[in-house]
Design a protein around this ligand. Structure first.
Ligand SMILES: [Zn+2]
Length: 462
């Protein structure tokens, strides 16, 4: 089966040019200003962008939170991804206390099996550190799971500084990457208790329980530990401008420090918590100021941060309502996988904050490089998986829950006019979305074992 995508504006990390892209079976087999070949199918991409499919390296499908399960499972989450031009996601296998560490990984792969329209990988979430677990780091890496998530907050999940130090050392020794949720847990508890004593637990007080310095202190601390262990670190959902600046300055000193931010921190600000229905916008870290979001955009364009991912962790209105009057009871998290590409294009490229190539870097190429998927994914080079999106840069839509396809009955971006939406989504040569028609198959997506390439001596650059 050969498919030719003709006359599109091909945008990759390094080039933007008018051209054609040839797909043979599951792979990209040619890219040039003009390709003439006998093929089975021709897609006319005139006036459209042709980009490598989006890679969202931070999702939480069917995650248990506060006695609930996040609303999107692998099926609805990956369906919504297809509509949004995302062709690969990386979710988490979280260690279960008292069970053999590898079981969590097997169980999670089994949960996703037959339930996803697109390919996926998994990070391993450490919640019950032990010497045995430490010894298993090479086994996880050899199974294609080279990234280890540590939480500096959350009772039952969090790692103390000694665990962080030990994992940074292990990664330094065996390869891989520590990925971290950076917030100072003691400060969160102290500030929350004070707000509770003062009867201030309604939503507008949420940002006061986790002010910017809660994140900044934690980033500063873990960067320092990364520096002394000469290890590698990726900080998830950086929400503050100063957090991004700290990562940039550590990088300047030669520390292998990388980071992501998310659409919610780029497009929304904390004033939202004074709105009616503010409980629908609760996430950790909380939304910040306009100054922070502008600094995060700058951080992406200057290379302080490498990735825009979603932290997609969706709950329905009904689920969110349980914490309507008390931010400590609300299930935290926002949906976002379907709007990742459109929103970052509209707010980033259309508003001159990112070049088209930088945008592709942030939503596809850099995530692939950082997490061991490159050059299998994240590029339009011959030999890569034919994960391709034909993106209409002119199409405008106002966000309403009705135009989206996840299991959630609201969107944090409701009412925003977004310019730029995917038109065709192709995963390993198979068209999953075309002319608004979904053509996905639930058992198409497969678990992709990821390789880890040492960023200290990479065959790619970031
Ligand atoms: Zn997360």
């Amino acid at each position: 089966m050969k498919t030719l995508i003709k006359n599109g504006t091909i945008v990759t990390s390094s080039d933007t040019f008018m051209g054609d892209l040839l797909i043979e079976n599951e792979k990209i087999s040619g890219i040039a200003s003009s390709i003439t070949q006998e093929v089975d199918d021709i897609i006319d991409a005139s006036g459209k962008l042709v980009i490598p499919g989006g890679i969202d390296v931070h999702t939480h499908f069917q995650l248990p939170v506060k006695g609930m399960l996040s609303a999107d499972g692998f099926e609805s989450g990956s369906r919504s991804a297809v509509y949004g031009g995302v062709t690969t996601f990386i979710d988490f296998a979280h260690q279960v206390k008292g069970e053999p560490p590898m079981k969590a990984l097997d169980d999670r792969i089994e949960e996703a099996h037959g339930e996803t329209y697109i390919d996926f990988g998994l990070h391993y979430g450490i919640t019950d550190f032990s010497d045995d677990l430490l010894k298993m780091v090479p086994q996880f890496i050899s199974r294609g799971v080279p990234s280890f998530k540590l939480y500096m907050v959350y009772e039952g999940l969090m790692s103390n500084d000694a665990v962080i130090y030990a994992m940074l050392q292990a990664v330094r020794e065996f390869g891989g990457l520590v990925i971290v949720h950076a917030e100072n847990s003691h400060l969160v508890d102290f500030l929350t208790d004070k707000l509770r004593d003062a009867g201030k637990l309604d939503i507008p007080w949420l940002p006061r329980s986790r002010p910017d310095f809660v994140e900044i202190e934690a980033i500063r601390r873990i960067l320092y530990l990364t520096e002394v262990t000469k290890s590698r670190l990726y900080t998830v959902h950086v929400s503050t401008g100063e957090g991004a600046a700290l990562i940039a300055s550590a990088k300047g000193r030669g520390v292998l420090a990388f980071g992501e931010t998310c659409p919610q921190y780029l497009a929304l600000t904390e004033e939202i918590y004074n709105r009616p229905e503010s409980y629908l916008f609760t996430c950790n870290p909380p939304l910040r100021t306009r100054t922070d979001s502008e600094a995060l955009w700058k951080g992406l364009s200057m290379g302080a941060l490498q990735v825009i991912s979603t932290d997609h962790c969706s709950f329905t209105r009904e689920q969110k309502e349980t914490g309507k009057a008390d931010f400590t009871k609300v299930p935290n998290g926002l949906p976002g996988i379907e709007t990742l590409l459109p929103l970052s294009f509209s707010e980033g490229v259309m508003k001159g904050r990112l070049s088209p190539g930088q945008w592709v870097d942030c939503i596809s190429t850099n995530p692939a490089k950082m997490f061991g998927l490159y050059p299998l994914k994240g590029t339009l080079s011959p030999g890569a998986d034919a994960d391709v999106v034909v993106f209409d840069p002119e199409k405008k839509q106002v966000v309403q829950p009705e135009i989206l396809h996840s299991n959630v009955d609201y969107s944090p971006y409701i009412g925003m006019e977004i310019q730029g939406w995917p038109e065709i989504t192709i995963s390993r040569g198979r068209v999953l979305l075309k002319d608004g028609k979904f053509q996905g198959k639930k058992d198409w997506g497969k678990f992709i074992p990821r390789k880890y390439e040492d960023p200290a001596s990479p065959s790619w650059s970031l």
